[in-house]
Design a protein. Structure first.
Length: 500
């Protein structure tokens, strides 16, 4: 059996086992082992000192990568499997996803790693320190680390298939995945690499790309790297071993340097450099193109993160918006032969269908991005005015003494109450853009409560209505608010009744 088929069979069996684990946890009440997810390592172990099943699994995977490299990315990752399946389907439909080689754009996973995990962890360590080390393999339920099923499906479609359309095969692994950023670092130390162990077949390229290079899903020039350095040095190598399988001469293997040296013929071994030489691969996008994509992607990510989905979906949307921005700019400002990834955008002074599509799609996609950005700016202004609240604190249960309506109405200074009222106005304006955002609704509820505004009761009911069934915070907030505001008259009614 071919190695690629063994890998696919292993992925199928692995994911069936994981699906069985989730089913047993929720339907058979087998809860000894919780979520097996990388997020548990960052959020719970690094953040709280809690060693869960997912954290232990992550430590083992990162430790194994120090020896074998990024094997997990091709043999165990569900996003990797989804991308491979999507690429296979697209090829069957007659369209081959592009292989995008970049100068620095493939370093974006490090930015995602810092934004998603680095900054929140640093803030937590500075504010609270690291939690007391403890072990609980079942502390996190399997679905607790994932969004709802609908958003999960959308995320997989976007990150596992949609990204292939503009950033090529394994686009998520190369341009988004923060775990892949860690694997890139561990990969540097791994003794097992794809190495040259024999003579390359003469004329195997047939005038085009060599079979090993053509088979690589991460756009690595395998032939050039192994010819010049004796091994694949690119950190994008996910150890899928497709290049090994594609080599007609069997000249490649995933082995250590010692094993490769023993198998190499003396004449080939002498021809290889003793020290690694600088290696500069070809690139498919100009520097200006990569800079434009990255700049737009950063702004878009800051606008849409946790608005239209989780961090991964936001990063994928951001890169897609950046790519559309560059294609639109190239169409509008480019020369008569402007093209992106081989797609002609202009022919002389006329725009091609691809150019018109790029400009139109960028204009359409910019509308929800602008809405998300306006929402964030308005809510940030509300948070500035409402200095006593943050999005995280808004999820804490109300404290009776701190936000008692009578005490708030009687003891707070007039200027402070006005400031809180302005903050409430900002929250309401933000909710006019995204009425479903529960975080902002909880902030608005907190502002109403602290100024003693009876509209807190309506807001608590709206939060309860929009929250998932079984949401303890929403239930407790509604009960608390009903006890304190149910008998208060609506705003302005007290004054009218006093004059009648």
């Amino acid at each position: 059996m071919k190695l690629s088929r063994k890998r696919v069979a292993f992925q199928v069996v692995l994911h069936l086992v994981l699906a069985g684990h989730v089913a047993a946890y929720y339907f058979l009440d087998w809860t000894r082992i919780g979520a097996i997810d990388f997020q548990a390592f960052f959020h719970h172990f690094l953040g709280e000192g809690l060693l869960t099943a997912g954290a232990l699994f992550t430590i083992i995977m990162f430790g194994g990568a120090l020896v074998f490299g990024r094997l997990f990315c091709s043999w165990g990752c569900h996003f990797g499997a989804t991308q491979d399946l999507a690429a296979w389907v697209l090829r069957k439909l007659g369209w081959k996803p592009p292989l995008v080689r970049t100068r620095f754009l493939h370093l974006t996973p490090y930015l995602v790693l810092v934004a998603v995990f680095g900054i929140p962890l640093a803030e937590k360590w500075i504010g609270e320190g690291w939690g007391t080390p403890r072990i609980d393999m079942a502390a996190v339920a399997p679905w607790d680390t994932l969004p709802g099923w609908l958003l999960s499906v959308v995320t997989f479609l976007a990150c596992g298939a949609g990204i292939l359309l503009f950033l090529g095969t394994r686009g998520f692994c190369r341009f988004v995945c923060p775990y892949g950023a860690v694997f890139r670092l561990t990969d540097r130390a791994a003794p097992f690499k794809v190495r040259r162990v024999g003579a390359c077949s003469s004329g195997c390229s047939g005038g085009g790309a060599h079979p090993c290079t053509a088979a690589c899903p991460t756009a690595i020039d395998v032939h050039r790297e192994t010819e010049a350095l004796g091994r694949v040095v690119s950190a994008d190598c996910v150890r899928c071993n497709l290049c090994i399988e594609a080599c007609p001469a069997g000249a490649l293997a995933h082995v250590t340097a010692g094993a490769a040296a023993r198998r190499l013929e003396p004449s080939i071994r002498k021809a290889l450099p003793v020290l690694p030489a600088p290696f500069r691969p070809a690139h498919d996008l100009p520097v200006a193109g990569e800079a434009a994509i990255l700049g737009v992607a950063v702004v878009t990510y800051l606008a849409v993160d946790l608005i239209y989905g989780g961090h991964f979906l936001a990063a994928t949307i951001a890169l897609g918006h950046g790519f559309l921005a560059w294609a639109a700019l190239a169409t509008i400002l480019g020369g008569p032969d402007a093209a992106v990834l081989g797609f002609p955008l202009r022919r002389g002074t006329r725009w091609t269908f691809a150019g018109i599509g790029a400009v139109g799609l960028f204009a359409i996609a910019s509308v929800p991005v602008a809405e998300a950005g306006a929402f964030r700016l308005i809510r940030a202004d509300g948070l500035r005015l409402d200095s006593g609240a943050t999005p995280l604190a808004a999820f804490s249960a109300p404290d009776d003494e701190r936000i008692d309506p009578g005490a708030a109405a009687g003891s707070r200074r007039l200027e402070e109450r006005r400031r809180l009222a302005r903050a409430a106005d900002r929250y309401r304006l933000a909710l006019a853009i995204f009425p479903s955002d529960l975080t902002t609704r909880r902030l608005l509820l907190g502002a109403y409560v602290r100024i003693g505004d009876p509209r807190a009761l309506d807001e608590a009911r709206e939060i309860s209505r929009r929250s998932p069934s079984g949401d303890a915070w929403a239930r407790e907030a509604l009960e608390w608010t009903e006890r304190r505001f149910a008998r208060l008259p609506p705003p302005g009614q007290a004054n009218r009744s006093g004059t009648e």
